[in-house]
Ligand binder design. Structure first.
Ligand code: ATP
Ligand code: MG
Length: 305
């Protein structure tokens, strides 16, 4: 079915990124709560149909580790993209109180399965793996969003600022500077996966901007410095897993099938992990430590026990 704005009842803002705003909405005809992302585009009417056609592949991205796509529409120079609402929000704001080893394994497992699905079933490389693009709900489910399905959309983005947190792999940073955009492979997503795991464990981005004099120094550390490591307290299996993902030489990084066979994820298959309990605590912590941020309100308000 198709969705249009007149069918939607707008609710609160869920967050804000570089290209637009995500709002909670109610789709009245189906009584479905959704998340609607508004993406401002550099106006180019001729490209709109190409984008809608490219977005159509999202209707085939149906698997437990991918956020469900409901549909997209245009108004003037904005794309409105409706997807499954994830009521626990993104990982960047869920990991404040820390992530125990088994929870890290469970989240990583879901991410690897999601990435492998995109690659094997849809021939898609995610290209934007980072904590804000990994969403959770109160059922304890972990799902990926915002993967690169539309080259046309990518080209039309109204790029207002470049983030100061780069999850780009070293080879991509070097490739960009050589204007060599064709070098993106799954290995670059594997790097971003490793960096995302470290951010979850540390509760902050591992190359903090305040450590570097400027963005050049920061990117230079990613390319030339040693790869970051998990903080103390994680298992050897976890350390080994992250170290493989963050091999500086892209060709040496494991494939998704190889990652699924690593002890860190093999052990997870037989472990009992209380994800529902962890998410509930993580949301409680996030609401208690709510700070005024540029990303808008911090998830759902605290609910009564
Ligand atoms: P960037 O623009 O650099 O990609 P971002 O991923 O944070 O950063 P958006 O994709 O616009 O930017 O998302 C903004 C915020 O909205 C996210 O950080 C996330 O917390 C929230 N969000 C996005 N999609 C959903 C969703 N489906 N359900 C619930 N919250 C969401
Ligand atoms: Mg996003």
């Amino acid at each position: 079915f198709s969705i249009n704005m007149s069918e939607l009842e707008l609710a609160e803002e869920l967050g804000r990124g570089n290209y637009g705003t995500v709002k909670k909405v109610l789709h009245r005809p189906t009584n479905t709560v959704m998340a609607m992302k508004e993406i401002r585009l550099e106006l180019d009417e001729g490209k709109l149909n190409a984008i809608i056609m490219e977005l159509d592949i999202l209707h085939r991205a149906i698997t437990p580790e991918i956020v469900e796509f409901y549909g997209a529409f245009f108004i003037e120079s904005c794309v409105y993209y409706c997807m499954e609402y994830m009521d626990a929000g993104s990982l960047d704001r869920l990991c404040g109180a820390g992530v125990p080893d088994p929870v890290l394994a469970r989240i990583t497992h879901a991410m690897v399965r999601g990435l492998r699905f995109l690659k094997d079933e849809l021939q898609i490389i995610h290209r934007d793996v980072k904590p804000t693009n990994v969403l959770m709900n109160r059922k304890g489910e972990v799902k990926l969003c915002d993967f690169g399905v539309s080259g046309q959309l990518e080209k039309s983005l109204a790029k207002t600022n470049i983030g100061c947190q780069s999850y780009m792999a070293p080879e991509r940073i070097q490739g960009e500077s050589q204007n060599n955009l064709g070098t993106y492979t799954v290995a670059s997503d594997v790097w971003s996966l490793g960096l995302t795991m470290i951010e979850m464990a540390m509760g902050k981005y591992p190359y903090p901007p305040e450590t570097y004099a400027n963005v050049f120094a920061q990117l230079s550390a990613i390319v030339h410095g040693p790869a970051p490591e998990l903080p103390p307290g994680y298992s050897e299996e976890a350390e080994a897993f992250v170290a493989m993902c963050l091999r500086k030489d892209a060709a040496q990084r494991p494939t998704y099938s190889e990652l699924l066979e690593q002890p860190f994820l093999v052990n997870d298959r037989t472990l009992e992990v209380d994800m529902v309990g962890w998410v509930a605590k993580a949301i409680e912590y996030k609401n208690a430590h709510r700070v005024a941020s540029s990303s808008g309100p911090d998830g759902p308000p605290p609910s009564a026990p």
